[in-house]
Design a protein around this ligand. Structure first.
Ligand SMILES: [Zn+2]
Length: 402
């Protein structure tokens, strides 16, 4: 071997070592990013937690590629696209593209068998939880992809996306591994799950794509907050509001095709924010909140409707017109004194509503004549019927103006 051959060989070795070091450092970085986190035993769970999958914040920065680019460049190993492409085989991608809709979540099935899936919504929080039961393997955070505005996305969601954040939790049960994918969105979506060979596709439908008409009903107060009371709180505003809600709900569900969502149907206390978020997240057509009034002066009585003067100011039908409709019908049905309409921007659910909203102060618990009415279930049914009629008229008016 002469000097030149020797130097060439040394150069060759150094180059190989350099390549090896670069590859190793990449491999180590990748391992770190996807490393699982040991989690302390969660006292609320019976099962031993295996681990918590990496949360989106630990994943590499979001990479967005238009789907067309993915398809075009799938053989191009030089391209960055290859990194994404390694996660999705060519065959499954082609199959997937036939099924994806503009708004959907794609969850790659873990290896091996599983016993099935379930999907659950937590409406006021805009949350959807997808659960995979009895699986042989954990579901990984990196297996959760999403389709939005013709782009296939993974990793931490961007500000303008409809998915706000997500996490994956896996734990072992007798029947196998359970993995929960919890996702928070920008509003309520109706999840339609489609099972493919390698993926679960969760199509995200806006509620108005499923239901033509949507009304959100609220019963004021509840649970820890009884609201106003009479007879040493044996008569509570929260109970009367709930009765009124349930009567109205039944009337609307029996006689119309209007889909009803309620902030509560039992004696619990949703926060004001949750109540408003439900109506906003559903993009409800109308938002109705039942209350009763009270005053230090026992002589004060009557029915009042609170509305939002800022809502639909320019519209032919708005919060104020809906409030007037409700007041007219209620005064006729209950023969109470009119306390008129009141614009209250200081009330959370009224101020935040972007649809015609009414907060109904049915009558005064502090007035003996009004109290008799509020204690009479037949009168409460009359009140519910009056608002039922107002809702029907409201829809006529809304349709006329569209
Ligand atoms: Zn109240």
């Amino acid at each position: 071997m002469n000097e030149e051959q020797f130097l060439r060989r040394i150069a060759g070795y150094s180059f190989a070592v350099m390549l090896l070091v670069i590859c190793l450092s990449f491999a180590l970085r990748y391992k770190e990013e996807y490393n699982v986190v040991e989690q302390e035993r969660d006292a609320t769970r019976q099962e031993e937690l295996l681990y918590v999958e990496a949360t989106p914040t630990m994943l590499p920065e979001v990479t967005m590629y238009p789907v067309e680019a993915l398809v075009q460049d799938r053989h191009d190993t030089e391209s960055e696209v290859w990194e994404v492409w390694q996660m999705i085989s060519q065959e499954s991608m082609v199959k997937l593209l036939e099924h994806v809709s503009d708004r959907c979540i794609l969850i790659e099935k873990p290896q091996g068998k599983n016993a099935g899936w379930a999907v659950k919504e937590n409406l006021p929080y805009y949350q959807i939880t997808f659960t995979l039961h009895g699986a042989e393997e954990n579901l990984l955070a990196s297996s959760v992809l999403r389709m939005w505005e013709n782009r296939l996305l993974f990793g931490l969601p961007e500000e303008e996306e409809i998915l706000k954040n997500y996490s994956v939790l896996s734990y072992e049960e007798e029947a196998g591994i359970t993995s929960e994918v919890s996702m928070t969105f920008d509003r309520c979506y109706y999840p339609q799950v489609e099972e493919q060979e390698e993926y679960y596709i969760i199509h995200l439908k806006k509620y108005h794509e499923i239901y033509d008409k949507i009304v959100v009903l609220d019963a004021g107060h509840g649970g820890k907050d009884p609201g106003a009371g009479a007879e040493n709180y044996r008569v509570k505003e929260s109970d009367i509001a709930l009765k009124l809600l349930l009567y109205l709900k039944e009337l609307l569900e029996t006689n119309t095709d209007i889909k009803i969502f309620c902030t509560r149907t039992e004696d619990v206390y949703p926060t004001l924010q949750e109540r408003a978020d439900l109506a906003l997240g559903m993009e409800a057509d109308l938002f109705i909140s039942w209350h009763c009034n009270a005053s230090e002066s026992s002589g004060r009585s009557g029915t009042q409707i609170i509305y939002n003067a800022e809502q639909g100011k320019e519209d032919a039908f708005n919060s104020k017109s809906f409030a007037q409709l409700c007041l007219d019908k209620l005064l006729f049905a209950l023969e109470t004194k009119s306390r008129g309409l009141s614009d209250r921007q200081d009330l959370h659910i009224v101020r935040r509503a972007t649809m015609p909203v009414v907060l109904i102060e049915t009558a005064y618990l502090s007035n003996s004549k009004d109290l008799e009415l509020l204690k009479d279930d037949e009168k409460l049914k009359d009140a519910a019927y009056a608002v039922y009629e107002a809702v029907l008229t409201a829809y006529e008016r809304l349709e006329e103006n569209n």
